[in-house]
Structure formats: structure tokens, C-alpha cells
Design a protein around this ligand. Structure first.
Ligand code: TRP
Length: 319
């Protein structure tokens, strides 16, 4: 128990360093991983329920509709590693169908969420070894020796891959390839290109839940890092960058203002923006190329009728 307070201090110190570094740059930014405090996670769950946010619903529909086919492709898998284990709903569809599965290992940096999910799954899948790994999934993961090592697959849903810039995405896929080893598979959710108006309303919904989600980052900084952001003096901006085929989320300063965070002061010009997240949209061909750069070949993919989203099955073909 004595460990908890110093641990939290170290985590806060890291948060502070990241925020100061991001806001000191010529183009201000904040790392998107800090969206997910308790309130942020709640808001994100609400986003997933929105009519305008097609992503979660579409991926879920594809998983339900093709669960049999997907499971047939993965029927030999003994160890399943899930990256950034979010809602376990999609995972359950897989766990229900993979007859040879011995180990399910959800990987996340957010330890608390990770263990909560694991406890629920352990209860519902008593024959499965549920082994959470608290790790940064952008690095290769060293699987415990007790795991069956021969048939390893990774599951990376939610189009989280789209939140990385292409060069980072390739690095991340390489790390996943190293975890799965030659011949191993990756089942990955990829958000596809679609009309701009659809993207615009998905990331700037009429109910303003996404705006609240984005602005919550400033609340969190105020609360945890002794800062004085005036939240009403910033607005949420979602902008489609067609050259880079991505949605860009920003927090835009409405006025000229000074903000104090701990010991540091930051100046904002009117209209100045803080970049908080990218969400890249790919074509099947573009993502196939990206995957190839990381040593993966596309075995198969499944989409919805509108081709808004793809669940893609990749295999590690070279290191
Ligand atoms: N990766 C998903 C996406 O890009 C979910 C997501 C991450 C998201 N951050 C977000 C959705 C911020 C809305 C707003 O769509």
C-alpha cells in the first residue's frame, strides 16, 4: 500500500512533463492518451453510443455478422493477445468461438481498467487462462514462457491504429509482428475513407459529446496539474485534412490568454490551436501497403455494406 502514493507522484510528474513539452512547442499539442481519466472514459463510452459515431457500431456489426468466418480462420489459435483492451464486447465474440484458445492476454497501460475487464472475463470463461499484461503495446511484448507460443494471434480493434501517424503505425505493426512471430496473425479494425460530411458529424456530433470529451482534457489538467485553463475560452474543432486523409481534433483558444500550469506560463493567441488527436482513414489498398511495410500480408478482410469500416486479417510473412 505504501507504494501507491509515490507511484501516483511519478505518474503525475510524467503527465506534467508531457503537457509542458506539448504546449512549449511552436505547434502546440497534447498526447491523446490522457483523454481517458474516469470522466473521459465515461464520455468516450457515450460517444460510442451516438448515432453520428458510426465507428463502434459498424465494427461490432461486422464482427457479429462474420464471427463464424473470422473464427474459422483463427481456429488453431492458442494464445490471443488483445492490444489496448477496450470494451470486451467484441472480444467475447471471438472468445466464444475459438475452440483451441488456452490463453487470453489483454494488454493495456491503464492497469485498473485492465484488471476490471480481466476479472469479468475470468468469471465468464473459467476454462480460459486470462492473463492481463500491463504494458505499453507500442513496444514488442515479451510473452510469459508459460503461454503456448506456437499459435499466437493479436487482436487490435477500434481503429486505434488510425490514431497513429503512418510512420508510427508501421513501427507499431512491426512491434506486433515481433509479438506474434512469423506465421502469426493480427486481426485489426481499420476505419475506411468515406464522405467528409459523415466524418465531420462523427467527430463533431450535434449533442456536443465529442466536444465535451476533447475539452475534458483541459479539466483534467486543471485538476491534476494545478492549472487554470478557462474552459469556456476554448472550443472543440474537428477538421478533415484531405491531403493526409485524416480527421484532426484541436482545442482552439477563443481569445488572447495566459494559462498557468504549476510553475509554467503559456501564452495563447486568439485562434491558436492545440492538436489533441489524429484519426487516419485508409483505403483497403493503402492499409495493405502500410501492413506490408511492417511485414504483414492481408489474408482476408470483412466490411459492412457501406464499406465504412474493415476488419482485416493479417499474417506475419517476414521480419
Ligand atoms: N480510435 C477511434 C477513432 O479515431 C476512437 C477515438 C479515439 C475517438 N479518440 C477519439 C473518437 C476522439 C472520437 C473522439 O475514431
Amino acid at each position: 500500500m505504501d507504494m501507491i502514493a509515490p507511484l501516483q507522484e511519478v505518474i503525475l510528474e510524467r503527465f506534467y512533463q508531457d503537457v509542458v513539452a506539448g504546449l512549449s512547442a511552436a505547434d502546440k499539442s497534447l498526447p491523446c492518451k490522457y483523454f481517458y481519466d474516469q470522466r473521459g472514459s465515461q464520455l468516450f463510452d457515450q460517444i460510442c453510443e451516438l448515432d453520428a459515431y458510426y465507428v463502434t457500431r459498424t465494427e461490432m456489426n461486422i464482427m457479429q455478422r462474420f464471427a463464424h468466418e473470422i473464427a474459422a480462420e483463427l481456429s488453431h489459435v492458442e494464445t490471443l493477445v488483445e492490444l489496448g483492451s477496450g470494451s470486451s464486447v467484441k472480444t467475447r465474440l471471438l472468445l466464444d468461438q475459438l475452440g483451441r484458445l488456452a490463453v487470453y492476454a489483454p494488454v493495456d497501460i491503464s492497469t485498473e481498467h485492465l484488471y476490471e475487464t480481466a476479472v469479468a472475463l475470468k468469471r465468464d470463461y473459467p476454462r480460459l487462462s486470462v492473463t492481463p499484461l500491463s504494458a505499453d503495446f507500442t513496444q514488442p511484448i515479451c510473452l510469459p514462457e508459460s503461454f503456448p507460443q506456437e499459435f499466437v494471434a493479436a487482436y487490435f480493434p477500434g481503429s486505434t491504429i488510425g490514431n497513429f501517424e503512418p510512420h508510427q503505425a508501421i513501427q507499431l505493426l512491426r512491434a506486433i509482428a515481433a509479438t506474434c512471430r512469423l506465421g502469426g496473425e493480427l486481426l485489426i479494425g481499420v476505419d475506411l475513407e468515406k464522405p467528409e460530411a459523415v466524418l465531420q458529424s462523427a467527430y463533431d456530433d450535434p449533442q456536443q459529446v465529442t466536444a465535451e470529451f476533447n475539452l475534458n482534457l483541459l479539466h483534467r489538467i486543471n485538476r491534476e496539474l494545478d492549472a487554470d485553463f478557462q474552459i469556456s475560452q476554448f472550443r472543440h474543432v474537428a477538421q478533415f485534412n484531405s491531403a493526409a486523409s485524416r480527421i484532426e481534433l484541436y482545442l482552439e483558444s477563443l481569445t488572447e490568454q495566459q494559462v498557468t500550469i504549476g510553475q509554467q506560463e503559456f501564452h495563447f493567441a486568439p485562434g491558436e490551436r492545440i492538436l489533441t488527436e489524429y484519426s487516419h482513414k485508409y483505403s483497403i489498398a493503402q492499409f495493405t501497403e502500410l501492413a506490408a511495410a511492417a511485414g504483414f500480408a492481408v489474408e482476408e478482410y470483412w466490411t459492412d455494406d457501406r464499406e465504412y469500416f474493415a476488419v482485416m486479417l493479417l499474417r506475419v510473412v517476414k521480419h
